[in-house]
Design a protein around this ligand. Structure first.
Ligand code: ADP
Ligand code: MG
Length: 608
């Protein structure tokens, strides 16, 4: 789909594996596709020594040649600290470092050679690619998993800013999926969203009442998804190959495994071929759908156990669920559909492409926000409770989870010791009772309290959450009128200044992106030229002089070398030179065509 009129507002699914955008056209949500009909932009980046950054398919393809400069799954790092990631560092191939940019403010960075990038910047590069495909809109709704906490949402919002987007709203992925199916209009009751993507699995139980979606519970596994199915196939193949695969072979295996897996979603059997003559590898093997299903069955069992847990948390049984929505590319697998249907005892919604449904719903939400149609005011809820630390490391909840936003609540506190002139307010998010089990979102101090006996001061702490789920906390001592306010930003992640700086810097990235794009465009042209010339040589090659032929061969070699490189200007020159060298061939063919045409006219003349 080429943008007809410039689109200004889009919905974006910023996924762990794939990202894409959608907008409302003629009253219906539609995803943006490239000229070949592909909507998904792989959430993948490839860095070159010359500073060029490839994004999306081009980057995923380069992964094969240059795995150490390829970055996947940035979403896992968004709004996290090194401490959060301890348990999963073994799954993360990139080198992660943490820098203290200001006292107490830590920022996570990904190292690539001698450069470091924040997860927000990396996600922004993906968003920029998605944005370009959508015709450079200026406003967006971006989706996040329902379990994302304030810091992760803030990081996503910052990434949008860096990519030059005005982020209207951060929306939960399952809510977006339900919206895409119009379940808000049906007053559908309780909805289960089963989302099996590339690397993650989420099950969310939503309830819908009066146009408001509440997340009753979520459960899932941040390391369960289509990648596991690929790996199961890869394990079999690498065992049978009797080779310990190196990085390059591993990438070949991964590609072949994913292709076989996808084929089995529509065919009963498929042949997996790995043909690397230069490494003396020629491998073929048939996989049947039945064999594949037995490979993935344990993973699907695990996902359904998570659904069970989500239902238990919401105090529901499978039969209480009125609607089941399938999300994520891996739910294209027929076996997954069967198992989910059997588990909930009802047919899931499958009319929309499961890997596009979140973006479609985000577009619906963006439309609701910008069209000003009050009849479809759709609100979201706070995913995790917000509170402050009181005596003994206990969290006192000020705003409960599932409160609809925007909202505000005030709780009164007092001083603990005589003549206490300041209190420190620590703000936490989470469902557990103790601070150690919740996440510290920020802290501030209210000073200037006049000395008075313990318990006399009256400090009102007000939490305000705006429509985007962003929190502002105010503390005011009522007797003295002393007050302090903070806009809560996580104690890690980017500061406002850093975001602004990155927005400016992204102009530089835009240059690198532009050069990467030019390279790809010339490469596509070169591919086409080479194909056409090969065909022309078959037809008329014999009529060329040896010099003409030699010039074509030399220009072909130069062109292929430039295609293997990274320099767009080099490639441009090589494409032009190739065009000049093949001119005599084109003339030969044109003459032949003209002759044929003249003969044709002559024949006609005789007949008439
Ligand atoms: P995410 O939400 O994690 O960013 P997606 O929802 O796009 O990702 O899901 C990507 C996963 O879906 C990949 O593992 C991919 O191999 C898998 N997938 C896509 N199409 C098919 C298919 N036809 N059959 C099986 N798996 C598929
Ligand atoms: Mg997804």
């Amino acid at each position: 789909m080429e943008p007809q009129a410039p689109t200004t507002v889009v919905g974006i699914d910023l996924g762990t594996t794939n990202s894409l955008a959608a907008t409302i056209r003629n009253g219906r949500p539609e995803v943006f596709r490239d000229s070949t009909g592909i909507a998904l932009v792989p959430s993948c980046l490839s860095f070159h020594p010359d500073g060029t950054v490839l994004v999306g398919t081009a980057a995923k393809e380069r992964a094969l040649l240059d795995p150490t400069h390829t970055i996947f799954s940035v979403k896992r790092l968004m709004g996290r600290t090194l401490a959060d990631l301890q348990g999963e560092l073994k799954h993360i191939p990139q080198q992660i470092v943490e820098r203290e940019v200001q006292p107490g403010r830590k920022v996570l960075r990904v190292r690539v050679d001698d450069k470091e990038y924040t997860p927000e910047e990396l996600s922004a590069m993906i968003l920029q690619e998605v944005r370009k495909r959508a015709g450079n809109p200026t406003k967006a709704v971006i989706t996040v998993p329902a379990y994302f906490d304030d810091a992760q949402r803030q990081a996503t919002r910052d990434a949008g800013r860096i990519a030059g987007l005005d982020v209207l709203r951060i929306v939960n992925e399952p809510t977006a999926a339900a919206l895409a199916y119009g379940l808000d209009k049906a007053d559908a009751g309780t909805i289960a969203v089963y989302d099996l993507g590339g690397g993650t699995f989420d099950c969310s139980i939503l309830s819908l009442a009066d146009g408001v979606f509440k997340v009753l519970s979520t459960n899932g596994d941040t390391y369960l998804g289509g990648d596991d199915f690929d790996r199961a196939i890869m394990d079999i193949v690498s065992n049978e190959l009797k080779l310990v695969p190196d990085a390059e072979l591993l990438q070949h295996l991964r590609e072949a495994a994913e292709r076989a897996k996808m084929a089995l979603s529509t065919a009963d059997s498929t042949e997996l071929v790995i043909d690397l003559p230069q490494r003396k590898i020629a491998y073929r093997r048939t996989f049947t759908r039945t064999e594949f299903e037995s490979l993935i069955a344990p993973h699907i069992d695990r996902s359904l156990a998570k659904c069970q847990a989500a239902l238990r948390d919401a105090k529901l049984k499978p039969s209480d669920i009125a609607e089941v929505v399938l999300v994520g590319g891996s739910t294209r697998i027929p076996y997954v559909r069967q198992r989910v249907e059997a588990f909930f005892g009802r047919k899931p919604h499958t009319d929309l492409n499961p890997d596009e449904v979140v973006a479609l719903g985000a577009a619906v939400q963006a439309d609701i926000l910008t069209s000003g149609r009050r009849d479809r005011l759709l609100l979201d809820v706070i995913p995790l409770s917000l509170g402050i630390e009181t005596l003994g490391g206990v969290v006192d909840k000020v705003i409960d989870r599932n409160s609809t936003v925007p909202c505000q609540a005030t709780t009164r506190y007092t001083t603990f010791v005589d003549n206490q002139t300041a209190i420190t307010i620590n703000i936490y998010q989470g469902e557990r009772e103790l601070t150690q089990d919740c996440r510290l979102l920020g802290q501030f101090k209210l000073g200037g309290i006049p000395p008075m006996p313990a318990q006399m001061a009256q400090v009102d702490v007000t939490f305000r959450v705006d429509a985007n789920g962003m929190l502002r906390v105010q503390a005011k001592e009522q007797r003295s009128g002393q007050q302090a306010i903070i806009e809560v930003k996580a104690s890690h992640g980017l500061s406002q200044d850093e975001v602004e700086r990155l927005v400016l810097e992204s102009v530089d990235h835009a240059h690198a992106d532009f050069s990467a794009r030019r390279f790809i465009e010339y490469k596509n042209k070169a591919d086409a030229d080479l194909r056409h010339t090969a065909k022309a040589l078959d037809q008329a090659g014999a009529e060329l002089t040896p010099e003409q032929r030699a010039r074509i061969d030399a220009a072909t070699a130069t062109l292929k070398a430039a295609m293997a490189g990274t320099d767009a200007d080099d490639l441009h020159r090589a494409v032009d030179a190739f065009g000049a060298a093949t001119l005599p061939l084109a003339e030969l063919l044109m003459n032949a065509a003209a002759k044929k045409l003249l003969r044709g006219q002559h024949d006609d003349a005789i007949e008439s």
